[in-house]
Structure formats: C-alpha cells, structure tokens
Design a protein around this ligand. Structure first.
Ligand code: GDD
Ligand code: MG
Length: 371
C-alpha cells in the first residue's frame, strides 16, 4: 500500500461537551490519559497513513500546542486554519493545496474507532470507486447519514439525518472516506458546501461505494454520556487503542500512591503521581488523572477525575467528570453525567446529578446545590 494522506475535519465547536470544551477545543479534551485526537492519530498511523492535514475552524493555537507536528505519532501534520467556515466539503478546498494528486482519506474528527482502514482502501482500489464510505451498523440512524447499498456494495441511496419513517437499514456513514482527487469536480468553490448533502447524492450511481466494518468499535464521543461510555470502553479494551497496551502492566502507574485498604479495578487507570487515600474504591471505567488527589473513603464508578483535581473524603462519584485542578469538598455526591469544569470549587455536601454542569472556575458554597 503506498503512503496515504488523510484530511481530518476538526471545525466543530463541541458545545454538547461543555464545560470540558468551554476552554479547549473538542479534539484535545482529555480522554483517559491522552487528548481525544491522539486516538485518531494513533489509529490512522497504524494503517500506514504518513501525512495528516488538520482542517480547523477555531482555537487552533491550543490544538497546535498540544498535538504539534505529529512526530510523536509517526505522522507529519499540516495545520490549516479556515478563514471562514465552508462546511464539510468546502473545507477540502482549504486542504487541497497540501494534497498530492492521488487518492486520499477524509475523516470526521470526532469519532473513537478501530475500523480497518487498510481493508477499506483495498476495497476502494478493487471497485475502482471515486469515493468509498466506511459504514457501521447503529441502533438509531437518525443522527447520522443513512446509507443504502446494492449487493455489490455500490451506494443506492444516501440520506443525511433520516426521519424515522425513512429508515430501512441500520448502516450509517461512519465519517471515514477514501476519495479520488476527481471529487473536487463536484465541490463548488467559495461557498459553504456539505459533503453529506451535496456531494454524496451526486456521486450515488457514479462511483460511490460503501465498505461495511463489522465487529469493529465505533462511537461519536460528542455528549457527556458517550464520553463516559467511551472512557469505559477504552479501559475495558472494547476498542483497540494504545491505552489497552499500557494497561497490560496494570491499572496503577508506578509513580502513583495507593492508600491502605483501597482497591483499583483492572478496567480503571490511576495515572502518574496520583495519590489515593485509604479505603477508596476506584471502580470500572474510572480515571484518576496525573497528580490528582483522592481523599479517604471515596467511591469512584465510571468517574473521571482529571489532572490535578482533588476529591474530598466520603465523596461518591458515579458516571461523572471532574475537571483539571477542580476541588471537591467533603461528602460531595456526583452522578448521572454531572460535570465540573476545570478549576471549579465545589464545597462540602453538594449533590450534583441529572447532567448538572458547573462551569470552569465557578465556586459552589457548601451545600449550595441538591440537584
Ligand atoms: N474544518 C471543518 N470545517 N470541519 C467541519 C466543518 C467545517 O466547516 N463543519 C463540520 N466539521 C467537522 C466537525 O468538527 C466534525 O469533526 C465533522 O466535520 C462532522 O461534523 P458533525 O457536525 O460532527 O456532523 P454529524 O456528526 O452531525 O454528522 C456527520 O458524522 C456522522 C458520523 O458521526 C456526517 O458525516 C454523517 O453523515 C455521519 O454519519
Ligand atoms: Mg459528529
């Protein structure tokens, strides 16, 4: 397989993940032990991709700082900042000066997956397609692009965000495409163009194929619930990632300190320099980030405590996220996808549930919230 370039679209704002995305773009939201984008980069690199063109809309500086030139991932990353948003197809024009005149990959920048891109590129060559869409089955296709196939895998119909009545297959576009340069002939210049609404429909019957990825992991991590589910799935090895390799040596980093009578589940991570007090349970799907401090008699279940955060004694955290350097007092209860932003201070005895979100740097007086 010759070396391949990949265009990754990271123009979205990620508003549904606030407060995690209040002060950083979604691609660098920490997921388990690395920025979300690292999973995508490690995934593409493992399929022989050498060059990545990252198309960003906003806050590019923070991303460039965190991800850099890609050398760490064995990649060469070119950063393209769009002067004005042009949609999922229009963005390709900004990438075009950096593309060689050969087939390339295009990827939505918001999915956690281990789909077999190599197999998809092989299928693309075999059919002689202009474009080949990665397809995965999902329970509810309404939030995605529905794809109907002919028996030879050519696409019979593409329907972005179908209504329930229109659904007659469970296959959706997974946001990973192999494309020939001739696709540019179908994208008008200098205006907003959606690849899903304007380009795929034109290509149906004219060289658009699907490649079904069965038995592989695929998830859009854009909501708090799915962020937590993704965390759990990475830690339980349900998705092939470099974290799974790291966890082979156990869930506790050698530099972390674990107090007496505390237990850490195998499908959890206590990262470097974290400190866990006595009688703490770090349950399945939980992360205690670098330098985070958990006081005594705390229970974490699918709870993510990011770098430098502090959790007071007798707290109970389930299905929730505590931001970088946030501080929780004694007896705080969090559940149900509640999220506390970076640097927030949550006083003793607060109860945060029902998707409650506390903004970065906010302060809650002791017992202020019971929600
Ligand atoms: N650079 C750039 N510029 N990126 C953009 C722009 C833009 O103008 N508009 C959207 N993006 C990026 C988003 O950041 C995201 O990574 C990707 O393009 C897809 O946009 P979303 O807004 O996340 O779309 P979606 O999730 O509703 O639907 C898309 O993904 C589904 C799979 O998750 C579609 O491609 C569907 O067909 C697909 O099923
Ligand atoms: Mg999306």
């Amino acid at each position: 397989m010759p070396s391949t370039q990949a265009v990754i679209l990271v123009g979205g704002k990620g508003t549904r993940l606030r407060p995690l995305t209040s002060n950083r773009p979604k691609p660098i939201v920490p997921l388990v032990d690395r920025p979300f984008m690292a999973y995508m980069l490690e995934w593409v690199a493992s399929h022989g991709i050498t060059d990545v063109i990252m198309c960003c809309g906003f806050l590019a500086d923070a991303m460039v700082e965190e991800i850099g030139d890609g050398r760490r991932y064995g990649l060469n990353i070119t950063w393209v900042v769009e002067p004005s948003p042009r949609g999922t197809a229009g963005a390709l024009w900004y990438a075009q000066p950096h593309l060689r005149d050969e087939r390339f990959l295009m990827l939505n920048g918001d999915v956690l997956t281990d789909m077999d891109l190599t197999a998809q590129m092989v299928a693309h060559e075999q059919t002689g397609a202009v474009g080949t869409l990665a397809l995965v089955p999902v329970e509810d296709p309404t939030a995605y692009g529905l794809v109907r196939l002919h028996p030879d895998d050519s696409v019979r119909g593409f329907l972005e965000k179908p209504t329930p009545e229109q659904i007659d297959t469970d296959l959706i576009s997974a946001g990973a495409y192999v494309l020939e340069p001739s696709v540019f002939d179908l994208i008008p210049k200098d205006r907003l163009v959606s690849i899903e609404r304007e380009v795929w429909p034109k290509l149906v019957g004219n060289g658009l194929y699907g490649c079904v990825h069965r038995g592989r992991y695929w998830m859009d991590i854009g909501t708090p619930q799915r962020y937590l589910e993704g965390t759990q799935d990475i830690l339980s090895w349900r998705v092939r990632t470099k974290v799974a390799e790291r966890l082979r040596d156990g869930p506790v980093d050698p530099s972390a300190v674990i107090g007496e009578g505390s237990v850490v589940d195998r499908a959890a991570l206590v990262d470097r320099d974290a400190r866990i007090g006595p009688r703490v349970t770090v349950g399945t799907g939980s992360v205690v980030g670098p330098g985070a401090v958990i006081s005594e008699n705390v229970i974490l279940e699918n709870a993510v405590v990011l770098a430098g955060a502090k959790v007071g004694k007798d707290s109970r955290l389930r299905d929730c996220v505590v931001g970088v350097d946030a501080v929780l007092g004694t007896g705080v209860i969090m559940s149900d996808a509640a999220m506390v932003g970076d640097g927030a201070q949550v006083g003793d005895g607060n109860v945060l549930s029902h998707g409650m979100r506390v903004g970065p740097g906010a302060t809650l007086a002791p017992g202020a919230v019971w929600f």
